[in-house]
Design a protein around this ligand. Sequence first.
Ligand SMILES: [Fe+2]
Length: 188
Amino acid sequence: STAKYLKGAFFWHLDGTTDDVPVKATTLTARQVAMTGGGTDFAGTYAAYESLPEKDRERYESLRVVHSFEAAQRLVDPDPDERELAVRRSRPTHEVSLVWRRRDGRRSLVIGATADHVVGMDPDDSRALLDELLDWTTQERFRHTHDWQVGDLVVWDNTGILHRALPYDENSERLLHRTTVVGDEAFA
Ligand SMILES: [Fe+2]
């Protein structure tokens, strides 16, 4: 169901990692908010990359990562039935550089829930590295939490900021409207 797939929003992610050109910006407007919880967390992938030790930056330079819907849904439900697994696997996967070389010369990390594995790396090492990089990026110093008030409008750079929804009471009437700005820079 759609509700099931939306649960993926509770895990750190960038929108559109399986597209060649991801969404440039996402805006959320709060129409109704949860009584408790339901904030949105952000973490900067430019600052996280730039703060890595130089030897790590060099090591990551040539790594490629396969992103998939399946990887993101594995976090929601790690033990799907065969039919569900087939649905997940029917979605396209996308291989991109771990380090996105931006047109303006800056670099940022492409990680998050859809990061399935590092190409050519032992699966355990790959998982450990992707988890480690996510932990690094979502440290307090690169992170911001927005607690919603009705009428708030938040706009963020989806290409350089991971986001996730924080848990809230399922009975609350939380309603956020989302608008996206078409991207103009391909992963590279
Ligand atoms: Fe999202």
